[in-house]
Design a protein around this ligand. Structure first.
Ligand code: T3D
Length: 272
């Protein structure tokens, strides 16, 4: 049984820890429901880059400290302060922080599991939905809070939401800004599974460990093919499948998977 080993100082805004091949990233501003500041974004980018570059990491697990997962942008952050014209440049905040975050998650070379431990609002909700598999505590909830303050969904919400739940539900969620309980989010397909609060981290870790033992390249190529297929005609999607399958067929993991099947033993995947 692998132990959880801390890699960061206790006051880091992103707590990093390692358990076996799983890198755990915990948003750590519980006093403000882990809402995003400019500094927290910088730490999160660095933590994701470090996980991506470390060959010992085969899955990432993201969660939040305290009673919330993430309340979106910290509305008191100095980055939100008005400029010379008296207005905040929110576009600059998106370009500097939320766009790079969503792009990083989509490009991670390992699967990303999200354990939503409490309320996920605004960009906090959409950050969760960029992850590959989302588990939610039964007490968690999701709020597309943007319309309440005169904004549109960001952190990829305009892209992920209609793909996850269809246009009508995406519009209803985002226009109303109503709070969606975890069980309703599961019924809609926004999250994979709701689990009891006390079991969330154990179940999320078990899932991350299971993914970490699987053929990483194939998992990541699957994400890429599913995302790309949304913009492709069938013929082009079939062509992409052929190209990716050709690459995977030459990789060590495929040979290992087939050998393990034939020898009736558990496979030991190593590609990343
Ligand atoms: O730059 C840009 O703006 C572009 C990016 C935009 C992306 C976005 O995410 S826009 C959406 C921003 N988020 C919100 O509008 C959500 C605001 N928060 C809430 O509506 C509520 O806090 C929740 C519904 C999420 C939770 O409600 P509740 O009653 O469980 O908790 P609370 O009492 O409201 O919050 C607890 C504390 O966290 C409180 O601090 P205090 O009074 O104990 O010192 C509250 O002020 C703080 N907090 C919660 N959300 C934020 C926050 N502080 C700063 N920014 C927040 N977003």
């Amino acid at each position: 049984m692998n132990e959880l080993q801390a890699l960061s100082s206790p006051d880091a805004l992103i707590q990093t820890a390692q358990q076996g091949a799983v890198r755990v990233l915990t948003l750590n501003r519980p006093q403000a429901l882990n809402s995003f500041t400019h500094a927290m974004h910088a730490e999160l980018r660095a933590a994701l880059d470090a996980a991506a570059a470390d060959p010992g990491v085969r899955a990432v697990l993201v969660t939040g400290a305290g009673r919330g997962f993430c309340a979106g942008q910290d509305l008191n952050d100095p980055a939100m302060a008005p400029g010379a014209d008296g207005k905040a440049d929110i576009g600059a905040v998106i370009e500097a922080n939320y766009k790079p975050l969503a792009m990083r998650i989509q490009a991670m070379p390992v699967p990303v599991v999200c354990a939503v431990n409490g309320v996920a609002a605004g960009a906090g909700a959409n950050f969760a939905f960029t992850c590959d598999i989302v588990l939610a505590a039964r007490s968690a909830s999701f709020i597309q809070a943007f319309s309440r303050i005169g904004l549109i969904p960001d952190c990829g919400g305009t892209w992920t939401l209609p793909r996850l739940v269809g246009r009508s539900r995406a519009l209803a969620l985002t226009l109303t800004g109503d709070k969606l309980p975890a069980e309703a989010a599961e019924r809609m397909g926004l999250v994979w599974q709701v689990v009891e609060d006390a079991e969330l981290m154990a179940q999320a870790m078990a899932l991350a460990e299971r993914l970490a033992a699987m053929p990483t390249k194939a998992l990541v190529a699957t994400r890429h093919a599913l995302d790309a297929s949304q913009q492709l005609a069938l013929e082009d999607a079939l062509g992409l499948e052929a190209r990716l399958q050709r690459e995977l067929g030459r990789a060590d993991d495929f040979a290992e998977g087939v050998a393990a099947f034939q020898q009736k033993r558990a496979p030991k995947f190593t590609d990343r």
